[in-house]
Design a binder for this molecule. Sequence first.
Ligand code: PRP
Length: 180
Amino acid sequence: MHEDIKNILINEEQIKKRVQELGEQLSKEYEGKKVIMICLLKGAAYFACDLSRAMTIPVRMEFMVASSYGDSTTTSGSVAVRLDVKDDIAGLHVLLVDDIIDTGLTFARVKNLLQTKNPASIKTVAMCDKEERRMNGMEADYVGFTIPDEFVVGYGLDYAGDYRNLPYIGVLKPSVYART
Ligand code: PRP
């Protein structure tokens, strides 16, 4: 275990098993449909790649970047889209994938934007769900793990750009963020 990690919340085996389950479930539910996965960079890159490979039906892949604004004391943060999808998604079934749903603002904003591009459907997939933190009633359609409100990193989740490539999801030691 990395020295900056207090404890492992979800280990590598648990992640693999859950990703496989989600992949099988999505493959059944989207059988015969044209699916495009839209991965929200950077955090979702790891999960989206694994999930797409766990699916047994054809899946296209697109990428978007959305950035949040506002500080933790405000309840009305806004989300700006920095990179939009390149391909036409009209008529396709969209799976919008993120590493975590926290306040719910990112999914809500991006989903609204994608609706204007006339997809056949849009569903959201989050590897982790910090449901206690929600501000807008947004719910992901598919969730890997519901997790407590702790500072977690790994499997795409970062602290100041670090720890994304840890193969597990772990709780960061408070001494690490006290350093900055
Ligand atoms: C994180 C995470 C989600 C978003 C979730 O992104 O990857 O996209 O926050 O939070 P929300 O539900 O409160 O909107 P971040 O802006 O840290 O970018 P990153 O993916 O590049 O780490």
